[in-house]
Design a protein around this ligand. Structure first.
Ligand SMILES: [Fe+2]
Length: 411
C-alpha cells in the first residue's frame, strides 16, 4: 500500500507524474502512456536514473520526495519541490537533510534553494509555498527500512518525527517555529500577511497514513470505521515573523470535531496568495457514519460552509477549473469557475462525473459514467486533455449535452 503516482506536475506539452519519491515519470497526455524510467533531468548525476541532482550533498543519497510540488505564486513555470537526503555514513555530521529546490518548467532546470538540516529522515507528503517562503511542517519520519518477509508497505514504516515547522526564505535562510506537535497530509494554502505567514492545513492527532481506513479490512468494517476518531481538523496556523508575537505560532480550528476532511483544492490562481475559499471531501458528514460523505466549500473569510452530498454517493477529490481570465490573486474572480469531481453512486454501482458552479454550488451537469472509479484518490483536470474531451463530446448527437457543455466551457 503505497502512494504511487498520485499527482501530475504540468510541464511543456506533457505531465510529470509524481509520488512521494525523487523520481518523476513522463505522462503523454494524448495517449495516456508513460515513458519507462525517471525523467532525464539535465543535471542528474550519471547512472542515477534521474534521481540524483548535482546539488545533492556529497555522501548523501535521496530517499523520498513530496507528491505535491507547489507552484510559486505569480509564476507559470516555477515549482518548488523537496527531497529527503540521508548520509551514507550514519556517524557523519550532515545526517539528514531536506533539500528544497525549484524546478523551472520552461528550461527544466533544477535549482537548490536550501539544504535544511533535520533531526530525522523526514517524510513530507506536502508542504506550503507562499510568495517568499517555503514552509515545512516536519512531523513524520521513516521509522525503519522494510525488510524482506516483513510488512513491506510504506505506511508500516512511519513514526512520529516531530521537528517543528521549518520556514525557508528565498535566500535559503531557515527559521524554526515550535508549536504542539501535529501530523498533516495536505496543505490547503499558504500566504503572507503583515505579521507573518498563514498556513491552512489538515492536522491529525495520530499518524494519518497508518492503516486505519486505508486498509481494506478496516474500511469494510462499519463498526470499526465509524468508531474511529482521528483527531482531524482544518487548522489555520499563523507563523509570526513580525509584531509582538514574533517567533510564535497562533492556531485556530475551523472544522467540527469528529469529522474528517481532506483532499483540499483551491482556485490555483490563489495558490500562495491571500484567498478565501477551499474545497474538500468530508467524511462523517452526518457526525455518525464515516461513509457519509460530502464535498465541502469553505469560505475562510466569511466562515461559511456549503455542501454537496447525496445519499449513497461517495465523492472523490474535487478540482476547481477557472472559467474566467483572472490573474493570480484576483479575489474578485476567486469563485469564477467549475468544481468537478467523480462520485461513486452506490446504488447504481458506477460513478457519476459531477460539475458544479463553484460560486453557487449548484449542479451544472451530472454525467453517469459506465464504470466504477475508486473514490479515495486525488482528482486532477488536465486542461489540454479536457479541451480535447470537450471537443469530442460536442460532436456527439445530444443537443442537451452539447448545449450544457457549450455554456459551461469556453473553448
Ligand atoms: Fe496527496
Amino acid at each position: 500500500m503505497d502512494n504511487n503516482w498520485v499527482n501530475i506536475m504540468p510541464i511543456k506539452g506533457e505531465g510529470l507524474m509524481v509520488s512521494d519519491s525523487p523520481v518523476f515519470i513522463r505522462l503523454n497526455y494524448d495517449t495516456l502512456t508513460t515513458t519507462a524510467g525517471g525523467y532525464p533531468w539535465k543535471d542528474s548525476l550519471n547512472g542515477s536514473g534521474g534521481m540524483m541532482p548535482t546539488f545533492i550533498k556529497p555522501g548523501h543519497f535521496p530517499t523520498t520526495g513530496s507528491a505535491h510540488p507547489n507552484r510559486r505564486a505569480k509564476t507559470d513555470n516555477v515549482y518548488v519541490e523537496v527531497m529527503t537526503e540521508l548520509s551514507y555514513n550514519p556517524f557523519g555530521k550532515s545526517g539528514s537533510q531536506q533539500a528544497v529546490y525549484s524546478i523551472d518548467t520552461n528550461t527544466m532546470n533544477r535549482t537548490l534553494i536550501a539544504h535544511v538540516p533535520t533531526k530525522y529522515g523526514q517524510y513530507l507528503h506536502s508542504f506550503g509555498v507562499s510568495e517568499n517562503y517555503v514552509v515545512l511542517p516536519l512531523n513524520l519520519k521513516m521509522h525503519k527500512p522494510a525488510h524482506m518477509g516483513e510488512d513491506m508497505t510504506m505506511i508500516s514504516a512511519f513514526a512520529d518525527g516531530w521537528d517543528g515547522i521549518h520556514v525557508v526564505d528565498l535566500e535559503g535562510k531557515v527559521q524554526i517555529f515550535q508549536t504542539d506537535p501535529f501530523f498533516h497530509v495536505h496543505i490547503t494554502n499558504t500566504f503572507e500577511n503583515e505579521t507573518g505567514i498563514v498556513m491552512d492545513l489538515g492536522t491529525w492527532d495520530t499518524i494519518p497514513f497508518s492503516p486505519h481506513a486505508l486498509a481494506t479490512a478496516s474500511f469494510l468494517n462499519k463498526t470499526s470505521r465509524d468508531e474511529k476518531n482521528y483527531g482531524n481538523f482544518v487548522e489555520r496556523m499563523h507563523l509570526h515573523t513580525a509584531g509582538p508575537l514574533k517567533g510564535s505560532v497562533t492556531r485556530t480550528r475551523h472544522s467540527k470535531p469528529g469529522r474528517a476532511i481532506d483532499f483540499f483544492k483551491i482556485n490555483d490562481k490563489m495558490n500562495g496568495l491571500p484567498y478565501c475559499v477551499f474545497y474538500a471531501v468530508e467524511w462523517m458528514h452526518d457526525d455518525k457514519n464515516y461513509a457519509n460523505m460530502a464535498v465541502l466549500k469553505h469560505n475562510m473569510c466569511t466562515n461559511t460552509k456549503t455542501y454537496w452530498s447525496k445519499n449513497h454517493s461517495y465523492p472523490g477529490e474535487p478540482f476547481f477549473i477557472p472559467t474566467g481570465d483572472a490573474e493570480d490573486g484576483d479575489k474578485e474572480k476567486e469563485e469564477e469557475g467549475l468544481l468537478v469531481f467523480t462520485s461513486l453512486d452506490g446504488v447504481r454501482g458506477a460513478s457519476d462525473f459531477v460539475i458544479l458552479d463553484a460560486k453557487t454550488f449548484k449542479e451544472v451537469s451530472v454525467v453517469q459514467l459506465p464504470v466504477h472509479i475508486p473514490f479515495t484518490a486525488h482528482g486532477q483536470f488536465i486542461p489540454k486533455a479536457g479541451i480535447e474531451a470537450v471537443k469530442a463530446a460536442m460532436e456527439v448527437e445530444d443537443p442537451i449535452l452539447a448545449a450544457t457543455i457549450d455554456t459551461t466551457f469556453q473553448i
